[in-house]
Design a protein around this ligand. Structure first.
Ligand SMILES: [Zn+2]
Length: 276
């Protein structure tokens, strides 16, 4: 009798025998890897948020040309479990501007990009996500396009949208870790990419002379821009290639973005927006 009693208790504790068979998290957070039957079980009932990384292919000093895709994608992987969000496949092609002429760079016209990302976001809304969070890795005209599209998709489908340009949001983190401002393919972006794919960062190909400070507004403009490393401020933002800084910056940026997303969702919920 005592043995049976122990067995009953053991069966109750073992997850395999538990009466509550419902898993507490999906088998994957990536839409690319998720099957439709599983998707149906989670969205929208138990998962309301999707993260959509987008960037471009563009020269980045001694970093990979796809740095603007790799960064938001890594960010999404870090944050998805914490935000209870799925990750939509990355839109890897974007609106590259003055670095388009560099080898391996790639530019989609603004009109084509806008139409495509509009349909991608509409598709996410039609798949019944309530919160569509765009993690953008690339600046220039792409940021304005995303803001515009996010607003029109929200109006049309009554979903809640948020666009985050991570490197700008994390400006304080750049100062905290490096003690100075950053740059395109500068200290900040180099650190973030080094934390993800150190084997594809090439300090051995770097020289300080590869960097150029961005011009003050209305002073000059060159096309193509003469450097793929652009400093936000003169004399600041050179890559450091320091492993400890890379790890610290990666953690801090992820935390900053996590805080913003959670706070915005909390406030949307508090206001009861689009809950019908
Ligand atoms: Zn970049």
């Amino acid at each position: 009798m005592r043995l049976i009693g122990i067995m009953v208790i053991a069966m109750g504790l073992c997850p395999g025998f538990s009466p509550a068979q419902e898993p507490t998290k999906p088998s994957t957070y990536e839409m690319n890897l998720m099957n439709w039957q599983e998707f149906q079980k989670w969205v929208p009932g138990r998962i309301e948020t999707v993260l959509l990384p987008t960037g471009t292919l563009e020269a980045h000093g001694v970093l990979p040309n796809g740095s603007d895709n790799l960064a938001p994608e890594a960010l999404a992987r870090e944050l998805a479990p914490r935000l209870n969000a799925l990750i939509a496949p990355t839109l890897n092609y974007g609106v590259t501007g003055s670095l388009k002429g560099y080898p391996g760079s790639f530019a989609i016209s603004p009109g084509a990009y806008k139409a495509f990302i509009t349909d991608v976001m509409a598709g996410l809304a039609m798949n019944r996500f309530k919160n569509i969070i765009v993690l953008n890795g690339h600046g220039g005209p792409q940021t304005a396009i995303l803001q515009d599209v996010a607003q029109s998709v929200s109006d049309r489908y009554r979903v809640r949208t948020l666009v985050i340009n991570w490197w700008s949001l994390a400006a304080e983190e750049t100062f905290a870790v490096f003690g100075e401002n950053g740059g395109h393919a500068g200290n900040n972006e180099t650190a973030y990419i080094q934390a993800i794919v150190p084997e594809h960062v090439h300090p051995e190909w770097y020289s300080k002379d590869m960097a150029t400070p961005y011009p003050a507004p209305k002073t000059w403009s060159a096309y193509p821009f003469p450097s793929s490393i652009g400093l936000y401020e003169k004399g600041q933002g050179y890559p450091t290639f320091d492993k400890k800084q890379a790890e610290a910056y990666f953690r801090r940026v992820n935390e900053r973005v996590f805080q913003l997303i959670s706070e915005v969702i909390r406030k949307w919920d508090m206001a009861g927006l689009y809950r019908e």
